[in-house]
Design a binder for this molecule. Structure first.
Ligand code: FAD
Ligand code: DLZ
Length: 513
């Protein structure tokens, strides 16, 4: 009999294998369900994006001649759970088989696999590297680093390659990419997308159903159609890509976007393919409209990091999620849900998150992430938060970045050392500190920047585990040479600060994987 083809909210791509090979009588189903909006309290902008993009995509498929069933969140007979709703529809349409593309989160994959033979999984063909190919690459390797994977992917795809050599004569231009924001630097304005009737209707629905979730809707400006996403891509290539590399690590107190692409959500939900995005950047370099350090830096994020973290996620789940190598047990600082803190850098990152469902990579890694690492926030608490608050968050990409890269909870599987940093780093890369009530130059005493004492407190807490890491030797050397009473004062300063913060209920220990 004819199959039911279930398209998930982050699979809005006509090139999916199961759509391209769909029999003429197939029923294509898209289902809005309450359960997907609530398994973590997603930012309202993320829910509006997904539901509006799903509705637009359903219209596109109908225009192309597919028979589409669309379950709306407020339909009376909606089962409000993806698998149950798909099975209800399959029964209603007389479909024996339900086809679905491999989901992006383990919790759904596991449930689908337990459902039995009625369900058939298809590979997600949107990536450069399949899960199986990544497994082959990993097999038998004692040492594996993103850099090795990335170089192999460059060779395999021919992206930024000239014969067998990397374009521009180097694989990596990171040393050119460390400029902080300079005063007077102008950032491009993101294109504005008109909110059409579909988006406005979804917005009202989300306000009614998920109005208590953290985050505002006023600034919603995400692409909900492929056409809008292509507009964002063109705008990025023309206006931001040339400076993307140089200011990749910079943080601005005023501007949330700097020269970042803002394309992660479009990529992750299927409106853009990684291939067309990388090709557009490489073309700009060929036309001499963007320098090699920018284009290589950008391609590295997508062909390298994005593919690499996905590979790691599917190789290491499900136990990856329980890893807690640093035995961090605190709950989330409660101000992560309010932005009510006088640490200027943290407050600005949280405010931007609240207002845009977005913070750029360095804010996620070195501000909110670093702060949670230094405080000892449990991976499960922080991962749930990142999964909820960012418009681009799906577990295959969120978890390795948070648990692995940011919290070092996998003990160095993803990154070779913790990305812990004191206020000095934040002062070097941003213009926050001069507007902060704390003094970044002070480590102890009233008004000293809390990042400074927390940094040493973190190092001291994990001395046994980390001092053998050759990339940490220098810093442990400095700590060891400090006067005993100075060390004690720093640790005391950090303890007092930690006591002043309200952390949510503590989390369990995890597996120490
Ligand atoms: P740009 O800076 O313009 O980068 C271009 C593209 O490269 C991005 O769109 C993205 O597709 C890709 N990319 C860049 N860095 C990474 C990375 N480390 N891993 C994977 N892809 C990358 N990215 C997500 O897409 N979803 C997440 O849930 C997510 N969670 C994160 C959590 C933490 C703690 C950290 C440190 C990073 C996380 N990232 C996540 C990676 C990165 O921060 C975002 O991809 C990026 O900020 C998105 O903004 P942009 O599109 O403007 O990116
Ligand atoms: C994130 C999300 C939300 C909020 N709502 C839906 C939905 O109603 N229907 C749907 O198909 N998908 C939704 N999604 C995306 C899913 O959570 C996502 O497909 C899985 O997490 C797998 O990556």
């Amino acid at each position: 009999s004819r199959p039911l083809i279930l398209i998930l909210g982050d699979q809005l791509c006509e090139e999916l294998e199961l759509l391209a090979n769909a029999p003429a009588d197939a029923v294509v189903a898209l289902c809005e369900v309450k359960a997907e909006g609530e398994y973590v309290p997603h930012h309202p902008q993320k829910i509006v994006l997904i539901l509006s993009a799903m509705r637009h995509f359903a219209d596109t498929l109908r225009d192309k001649g597919y028979q589409v069933h669309y379950s709306r969140l407020d339909d009376d007979d909606n089962r409000q759970d993806l698998l149950q709703e798909a099975e209800r529809l399959a029964d209603a349409y007389g479909c024996d088989e339900i086809r679905v593309t491999h989901p992006g989160e383990w919790r759904l994959l596991e449930r689908i696999q337990r459902r039995g033979t009625r369900w058939r999984l298809y590979d997600d063909t949107r990536f450069y590297c399949s899960i199986a190919e990544f497994g082959e690459w990993l097999e038998g390797r004692r040492r594996f680093r993103m850099e090795d994977f990335y170089r192999q992917m460059r060779k395999r795809t021919g992206l930024l390659m000239e014969e067998d050599e990397p374009a521009g004569g180097q694989w990596n231009f990171d040393h050119d990419n460390r400029r902080p924001v300079d005063s007077g630097l102008q950032f491009p304005e993101p294109p504005r997308h008109r909110r059409d009737a579909i988006t406005r209707e979804v917005q009202a629905l989300v306000e009614a159903q998920f109005g208590d979730h953290f985050g505002t809707l006023d600034g919603f400006n995400w692409a909900v159609t492929r056409r809008q996403a292509l507009g964002d891509l063109r705008h990025f290539v023309a206006h931001a890509l040339p400076d993307f590399g140089t200011y990749q690590d910079a943080i601005s107190d005023a501007d949330p976007w700097l020269f970042h692409s803002r394309l992660s959500a479009s990529l992750n939900i299927g409106l853009l393919s990684p291939r067309e995005v990388c090709d557009a950047a490489v073309e700009a370099w060929r036309r001499e409209e963007a320098p090699i350090n920018a284009v290589e830096g950008f391609v590295r994020q997508i062909l390298g990091w994005r593919e690499y973290v996905r590979g790691i996620y599917w190789q290491r789940m499900p136990h990856y999620k329980r890893a807690n190598r640093l035995d961090a047990r605190r709950g989330l600082p409660d101000f992560y849900w309010t932005a009510d803190t006088d640490l200027r850098c943290v407050r600005r990152a949280l405010e931007m998150t609240r207002d845009n469902a977005y913070a750029h990579h360095i804010q996620r890694l070195m501000i909110t992430g670093n702060f949670a690492l230094l405080c000892g926030v449990a991976p499960a608490a922080l991962c749930d938060w990142y999964l909820a608050v960012y418009v681009d968050a799906f577990e295959w990409v969120e978890l390795p970045n948070t648990l692995g890269m940011t919290l070092y909870a996998d003990g160095g599987y993803l990154g070779s050392k913790p990305y812990c940093a004191s206020g000095k780093y934040i002062d070097r890369m941003s213009d926050h500190c001069r507007q902060c009530r704390y003094d970044v130059k002070q480590v102890t005493g009233e008004g000293a920047c809390p990042f400074n004492s927390l940094y040493w407190h973190f190092l001291e807490r994990h001395r046994e585990r980390l001092r053998g890491n050759h990339r940490m030797k220098l810093i442990y050397g400095s700590w060891g040479r400090m006067q005993e009473d100075k060390r004690a004062a720093i640790l005391d300063q950090a303890e007092r600060f930690l006591r002043s913060i309200h952390f949510e209920a503590p989390y369990g220990q995890g597996d120490h994987a």
